[in-house]
Write a protein that binds this ligand. Structure first.
Ligand code: GDP
Length: 379
């Protein structure tokens, strides 16, 4: 039989506090146990006094720390970006302005796949391979499901344990809560901070459950869709158009008994890709096999990725994509800002409910209502 865990030593009768009845025995509901020894309490006080307190950082401190590649400051800079407090947002924007000249040099890679496709296992294998080649890798996650379901698909498990122990890797889970738009903005800004911190490759991971893929596609250079054989094409995104966003398809878990099925899936995927629109001008989307578990095919995925960057750099497609993305992002920010201004305007807040009611009951046309509210918001 296994040993029972040892219970805390009960106080000797002589050292019991005054409030314990003298005849405290089985009838006394509370067991009085030995507290922390005075020596231990003193040692703990000393060690907590010696521990450095979390100093508030200025924008310059953040910028210097990020540029000096200090992972602790990088983590705090991303926390600052993720904060919804107006003071933090202002600081974050100042920080981004300082870092902007140092951004743009990484390869931005998006990776998606349905839950269970093996994203974390793949990114772990892929990331470790890159670090072995001497590259610095940052992994960011987008998982707005956390705001819908109250739980995070990407964040719950201990993920990428090996990669997270490498000094040249940085892993950041998804910011919790918020709309997809909000999470996407924070992730875009986190990419810039990671670039300023000298990461050669920034991987943005997302669960393939809907709109997330489009958001990630709009912030990365190269978009990889991870699939598994036999999970149903429809479910994995062919009908949702996710394949058309992909610069590469990797069929994962191509190992053991599953290998023949994966080879068939690869041939089918190649046929499908032949008929689809290319995601990137001048680049034919390949379908590769890999096993994140054994590592086979992983170096080939990186070779193919490098081929993509060489090709699109030479053709100008990469530069063009980044320019388009930056302009689209600006428009998205304008739209978001106008929306916030509108819905927080006191005149709109005061009248919105009544106008909604009038529209719902057919007493006011939607267009007239919108015009009236917009006019009210402008005071
Ligand atoms: P995610 O939900 O997409 O992040 O998927 P995970 O990385 O958590 O993997 C889901 C399951 O698939 C886990 O049990 C992994 O061990 C397994 N898995 C991932 N990659 C491979 C692979 O290449 N081969 C095999 N046989 N199993 C794998």
């Amino acid at each position: 039989m296994k040993d029972q865990p040892s219970t805390p030593p009960e106080c000797e009768a002589s050292s019991r506090p005054d409030w314990v009845p003298a005849d405290a025995g089985a009838g006394f509901a509370t067991r009085v146990v030995q507290g922390v020894s005075p020596e231990l309490a003193k040692a703990e006080r000393q060690s907590s006094a010696a521990a450095p307190r979390r100093r508030r950082l200025s924008v310059d401190d953040y910028a210097t720390g990020v540029l000096a590649r200090d992972p602790m400051v990088l983590g705090r800079a991303i926390t600052l970006i993720e904060s919804n407090a107006p003071a933090h947002q202002e600081q974050a924007q100042q920080l981004l302005a300082k870092l902007l000249p140092h951004t743009g040099r990484s390869r931005r890679i998006g990776i998606t796949g349905i839950p269970g496709a093996g994203k974390s296992t793949f990114i772990e294998a892929f990331g470790c391979h890159l670090t072995e080649l001497g590259l610095r890798v940052a992994v960011l996650a987008i998982d707005p499901s956390s705001s819908v379901t109250g739980g995070s698909i990407l964040g719950d498990k201990v993920r990428m344990e090996k990669l997270s122990q490498r000094r040249s890797a940085f892993i950041r889970p998804s910011p919790s809560g918020g709309s997809l738009g909000g999470v996407a903005r924070k992730t875009r800004e986190a990419i810039l901070v990671c670039e300023a911190a000298g990461y050669d490759v920034v991987i943005v991971e997302t669960v393939g459950v809907g709109q997330n893929e489009v958001a990630v596609r709009s912030m990365v250079d190269f978009f990889l869709v991870l699939m598994i054989a036999g999970a149903g094409d429809e479910m994995q995104g062919i009908k949702k158009g996710v394949i058309e966003l992909a610069d590469a398809i990797v069929i994962n878990k191509a190992d053991g008994d599953n290998l023949p099925r994966c080879t068939v899936a690869q041939a089918e995927m190649r046929r499908v890709l032949h008929y689809l629109h290319r995601a990137t001008e001048g680049w034919e989307t390949p379908a590769l096999l890999a096993s994140s578990l054994t590592g086979s095919g992983v170096p080939e995925v990186w070779q193919m990725t490098e081929g993509y960057f060489t090709t699109t750099r030479a053709s100008g497609a990469l530069e063009k994509r980044r320019r388009t993305q930056a302009v689209e992002w600006m428009h998205a920010l304008i739209a978001e800002s106008l929306r916030t201004q509108f819905y927080t305007s006191p005149a709109v807040c005061a009248r919105l409910e009544a106008v909604e009611h009038a529209v719902a009951h057919g007493r006011m046309p939607a267009l007239a209502a919108a015009i009236e509210l917009i006019a009210a918001s402008r005071g």
